[in-house]
Design a protein around this ligand. Structure first.
Ligand SMILES: [Zn+2]
Length: 238
């Protein structure tokens, strides 16, 4: 990234009325066994925070990484401490940019519902990214219908309140999975879960205003599919 490129991105997004979010580096591993990797991972988030306002970005989505051979409890404490440290260097950005840790699709990765909720509750400056495909894969397909979607949303809302409802950030895609969780992303609206329609119905009924990011193999197709489905729902009411 450069100053001029960042400015161009910000100006274009403002002109187009597009809310900008950024995906942090994929090689972040906050609880790595290797202390150098832990340091570099924090630095990558600090870098993201540095560039975000210049690019007009309000949310930095990221994967915290694996458990680094630690118990889940220990890994949680390491990740929490790392994120608090990242913010300690960037207090002036609190409230302007969010770090948005994401539900992980693989069971070997830090990022269960409870872990993401707890991090967002314990660290100022964090909001959750619910990746519905990852959640579907992580639960072996259980999260796939109206009741299970409502259960998830209630859990986040009960724990985080407005922090969640005012800053909803969702990833959507079809997905395949094994016992280990996520295998690969697939198109929306085909044979692969999770089923998007009930989720959109809930969003509409409750007047939620989430940002949806399509993570299908062809992201624009996924985004258009979701947009058309939502518009269809909105027009049937009238
Ligand atoms: Zn995602």
């Amino acid at each position: 990234m450069s100053e001029s490129r960042a400015q161009l991105i910000r100006e274009n997004s403002e002109r187009a009325g597009v809310a900008m979010s950024m995906h942090g580096a994929y090689y972040i591993s906050l609880a790595s066994k290797n202390p150098e990797t832990r340091e570099k991972s924090k630095q990558r988030l600090v870098n993201g925070l540095h560039w975000a306002p210049k690019m007009g970005v309000k949310r930095i989505v990221f994967h915290p990484g694996g458990y680094g051979g630690l118990s889940k409890h220990e890994a949680y404490e390491v990740v929490r401490a790392a994120l608090r440290e990242v913010w300690a260097h960037n207090e002036d950005l609190l409230g302007k940019v969010w770090l948005a840790p994401e539900i992980a699709g693989k069971l070997s990765m830090f990022g269960s519902q409870d872990e993401i909720i707890s991090i967002c509750r314990d660290v100022d400056g964090c909001i959750p990214t619910i990746d519905w495909a990852h959640l579907h894969a992580r639960t072996q397909g259980r999260i796939n219908d109206r009741d299970s979607f409502i259960e998830v949303l209630n859990r986040f809302e009960d724990a985080l309140g407005n922090l969640f409802t005012k800053n909803m950030h969702f990833h959507i895609s079809g997905i395949t999975y094994t016992e280990a969780g996520e295998q690969s992303h697939r198109p929306l609206g085909s044979e692969w879960g999770p089923d998007l329609l009930p989720l959109l119905q809930i969003v509409k009924e409750n007047g939620y205003k989430p940002t949806f990011i399509s993570e299908t193999p062809e992201p624009v197709k996924g985004a258009l599919y979701a947009k058309i489905l939502l518009e269809e729902l909105e027009s049937t009411e009238e």
